[in-house]
Design a protein around this ligand. Structure first.
Ligand code: AMP
Ligand code: GLY
Length: 428
């Protein structure tokens, strides 16, 4: 099978790596990819939202399965575009339609969806510029802290947790009246703050059946001990010890089944991933957000625990045959440590030579990297994700950090505590 993966992050490198291992795989193409994906397959220099050029490449390369990595092309309607294109509409795709992707693309849409289908979630009210005054009055009735969420895609920056009423009012005004996040904050949700521990659940569905993939914990802040600015994710761990069987059972019955059935009831044909950001509040799951894709760097840890043929699984999801495939995940632990450019998530410089890649003893997934004159140089904020796998969390951490210690470039930064909080975790 010829496969096209759309995206250029560590997530897409992980997909390419696993897909290449499948006996069903003939060629794997990545658009646009990075220096790491170039080691697994062939990069095509096409932007993720250039649908015309992607369709053309599918025709030329005789692509038989498309996997859409990031949210942007999904929210812009890549599936809808392909389904209307006579020469590519037959190609199975992993990724929902534009309306399905609204689960991620509009926080108001996803909140209303959860309420319609009785999926447990925090209470929220949505306001626009027109009723800003009402929003400000509403804030006076809320307990602090309070969560303000830009309705649309804001590159992971659209959520503000305000500690005081003054801060909340100022933020709401900036988001609505001053368009702090552009069109994304034309509507803002004021949402109850949930106190608990977060984890991410990943579901692969063909619209009828579903597979629950290994869960993961993401480390979002730049600094050790969850300090400093928010990032795209500085590390991930799977499995998550506090997600015990009883909790996961509740997630399936209270969240996953109502979500899949809700999509069906609303006539939204959904073939792809649903990434569910959850808060565990005293053993009860609440949905914080849906994403219409896999997470990054969660994918690197999650896929590294899947021992079945990933390509077979993805093809089955894209063609409505998920019921027919075998799925096996190992009980091993995986830990992914992101190595980033100095300064990230603020300003940073690119183009530094990455040294020591050939000394790696565990898998190194690339994100912001590119090839320049036969060397691999930094080309983004998050540069690499080093993934270790072991029988215990300690072993997986050790393997990941051993390799991290062998790789270097000017200004490199990484968290030293990925998975540390879960090492001696006691439930209850
Ligand atoms: P999101 O962009 O929706 O993933 O939100 C970013 C982060 O904000 C989440 O990972 C949570 O840590 C936090 N967050 C979002 N909603 C809530 C909530 N209702 N209560 C507490 N924290 C939240
Ligand atoms: N790591 C969080 C995300 O992919 O959205």
């Amino acid at each position: 099978m010829n496969v096209l993966i759309i995206g250029n992050g560590g997530r897409e490198h992980a997909f390419a790596y696993k897909i290449k291992q499948s006996s069903l795989c003939k060629n794997v193409y990545i658009a646009p990819g990075n220096a790491g994906t170039a080691l697994e397959g062939i990069n095509l220099n096409i932007a993720t939202d250039n649908f015309d050029a992607l369709a053309q490449a599918c025709i030329e390369k005789n692509i038989e399965l498309i996997i859409v990595g990031p949210e942007l092309p999904l929210v812009k309607g890549i599936r809808d575009y392909f389904e209307l294109h006579p020469q590519v509409k037959h190609i199975p795709m992993v990724g929902p339609s534009k309306v399905g992707a609204q689960l991620e693309g509009s926080k108001d849409f996803s909140k209303q969806f959860m309420l319609r289908h009785h999926v447990p979630t925090a209470q929220a009210k949505t306001f626009t510029k027109e009723n800003l005054a009402e929003g400000l009055r509403y804030l006076e009735t809320c307990n602090m802290p309070i969560v303000l969420k830009a309705d649309g895609l804001a590159a992971g920056k659209g959520v503000i947790i305000a500690q005081s009423l003054t801060e909340a009012k100022q933020e709401l005004t900036e988001m609505l009246a001053d368009a702090k996040f552009g069109a994304a904050s034309a509507s803002v949700l004021i949402e109850e703050f949930l106190q608990g521990i977060e984890l991410s659940i990943f579901v692969l569905t063909d619209g009828e059946d579903y597979i629950i993939l290994p869960e993961a914990k993401d480390y979002k802040r730049i600094g050790d001990g969850d300090t400093g600015l928010n990032t795209g994710g500085m590390g991930s761990v799977s499995p998550v010890v506090f997600a015990d069987a009883a909790f996961l059972q509740k997630v399936e019955s209270e969240v996953i089944i109502p979500t899949i059935q809700g999509l069906k009831k609303e006539g939204i044909s959904y073939k792809g991933f649903i990434f569910i950001g959850l808060m565990n509040v005293k053993g009860k799951p609440y949905v914080i957000e849906y994403n219409a894709r896999m997470g990054d760097p969660e994918t690197q840890s999650v896929l590294s625990r899947i021992d079945s043929d990933l390509l077979e699984l993805l093809q089955a999801a894209a063609t409505g045959k998920l019921k027919q495939v075998q799925y096996v995940a190992t009980s091993d632990y995986t830990v992914s440590v992101v190595m980033a450019s100095g300064g990230y998530p603020g300003d940073f410089k690119k183009g530094f030579d990455i040294k020591g890649l050939s000394n790696a003893q565990t898998k190194v997934f690339h994100a912001g990297t590119k090839n320049v004159n036969q060397s691999i140089v930094t080309d983004g904020g998050r540069v690499l994700a080093v993934t270790g796998r072991g029988k215990t969390l300690a072993e997986a951490r050790e393997k990941a950090y051993e390799t991290v210690g062998k790789i270097n470039w000017e200004g490199v930064t990484f968290r030293k505590d990925i998975g540390l909080d879960l090492m001696n975790w006691k439930n209850g």
